[in-house]
Design a protein around this ligand. Structure first.
Ligand code: ATP
Ligand code: MG
Length: 414
């Protein structure tokens, strides 16, 4: 029955995939903590306005990718298509402008109605980092360095190139926007239908078009660097100098624009060649106008989001699970006493799987299949002597160990 399949573009995550994704999240959380980030978990759904207002009706996300619905109380709600708007909403709701700078790390599922393919899903997962408050370019350097260090710790930095650009301040951006509209209007008929629409709504997005015909026209488009005012130029220079000093390699990519309306100044993407078409693993930038646009105070912000599935696919190896010890009680008395023994071992931090059914060879097979490091065999004789047989499954060595010293013995063995 097709209704028993997961919905198109969604997945059950388990086994190696789950382990890889967990490793990505844990690595990010550990690295971000070293930059002073605190966890912020916002709700998975928000009032639709929270996304519509900052992202803009014209954005791809709002115009065609959101999962929006009315709930039973007739509220217009949307499953989050990204984190930033919800984080900004939480900042406003919580009156956090008193406590800036706020450094927030988050992770979890994100929903977009897109055409599913490798590395592109309808429910996927993101890492997210935001710094709210500071408007100085040094903060942009820190945020990008956090992304780079996360990639280094994951062992994938060598396969990723940081593409960096500036969109300038609103004045520079508007001047550039006019120049782009003029240029693309002259080539209107050759543009794709999507890009013709963007010409009216969001002309910068045409630069981002993945369609070949559009790209040919984009090559001749005016460059943003010609429209930057002095402040915007200085801002960008401080960012590039800082990145060089921090040891974060980058390329200046003048074609890089972020798909969302609220970006100013710094825009960046970490891009890899090894995932095929879906090569952007982290994207972000500065969004000084966002919180105001959402109805809050004029507070600056800079942040990024990373695709957990894409990062997980890049890992060279699947992180290995902890090797358990198998507890094999023989007989009723051992089974009962085993509850106490196993609890004590787990309390000492040892991973124990109690395998209580079937004959001994079946149980040993299961222990080997689970890559157990040891089997603990407890029979009536051992029980009355206060000992347990510990079989090292790598070496095959067997030893009688006193039950009192069992946790210590297993810990010493690794
Ligand atoms: P793309 O250009 O690939 O559509 P985007 O600009 O829409 O990316 P962002 O909104 O910046 O992406 O999201 C941040 C990151 O989330 C991306 O760099 C990517 O790694 C990941 N991502 C975005 N959309 C998807 C998706 N549909 N499925 C899986 N991962 C995604
Ligand atoms: Mg997208």
């Amino acid at each position: 029955m097709s209704k028993l399949q997961p919905v198109r573009g969604t997945h059950d995550i388990y086994g190696d995939d789950a382990r890889r994704m967990r490793h990505v999240v844990e690595t990010f959380a550990r690295v971000a903590s070293t930059y002073g980030f605190e966890e912020l978990a916002t709700p998975i759904f928000e009032f639709t306005e929270v996304f519509k207002r900052p992202l803009g009706e014209a954005s791809d996300i709002v115009s065609k990718e959101m999962y929006s619905f009315r709930d039973r109380g007739d509220e217009e709600l949307t499953l989050r298509p990204e984190f930033t708007a919800g984080v900004a909403r939480a900042f406003i709701s919580g009156g956090m402008q008193q406590s800036t700078p706020c450094r927030f790390m988050s992770w979890g599922p994100v929903f977009r109605y897109e055409r599913p393919q490798k590395g592109r899903y309808r429910q996927f997962h993101q890492l997210n980092a935001e710094c709210l408050g500071p408007s100085d370019p040094a903060t942009d350097v820190d945020m990008i360095a956090l992304g780079y260090r996360t990639l280094m710790e994951l062992g994938v930095a060598g396969d990723v190139v940081l593409n960096l650009n500036t969109l300038g301040d609103p004045d520079s951006r508007n001047a550039y926007r006019s120049a782009l509209v003029e240029y693309f209007s002259d080539h209107r008929d050759a543009l794709s239908e999507d890009s013709q629409r963007r010409l009216l709504t969001n002309p910068l997005r045409i630069l981002d078009s993945k369609i070949e015909g559009d790209q040919a026209i984009v090559v001749g488009a005016p460059k943003l660097s010609g429209y930057l005012n002095d402040q915007s130029r200085d801002f960008f220079r401080t960012v590039t100098n800082g990145l060089e000093r921090a040891g974060v390699p980058f390329v200046h990519n003048e074609r890089l624009v972020r798909g969302l309306d609220y970006y100013t100044h710094t825009a960046f993407e970490f891009i890899t060649e090894i995932l095929g078409a879906q090569g952007t693993v982290i994207g972000g930038g500065r969004y000084d106008g966002l919180i105001k646009k959402l109805g809050g105070p004029p507070v600056a912000g800079v942040g990024w989001a990373g695709g957990i599935e894409r990062l997980a696919m890049m890992l060279a190896e699947t992180p290995t699970a902890v090797r358990p010890v198998f507890f094999l009680p023989m007989g009723d008395a051992a089974l009962l006493e085993g509850f106490k023994i196993c609890e004590e071992l787990r309390g000492a931090g040892i991973t124990v799987i109690a395998d209580r059914t079937g004959n001994i060879s079946k149980r040993m097979n299961r222990a080997n299949k689970a890559s157990a490091r040891a089997a603990l065999i407890l029979g009536d004789d051992e029980l009355s002597a206060g000992t347990i047989m510990v079989k090292n499954l790598d070496s095959g060595d067997q030893q009688q160990i006193s039950i009192d010293g069992l946790a210590k013995h297993l810990k010493a063995q690794g």
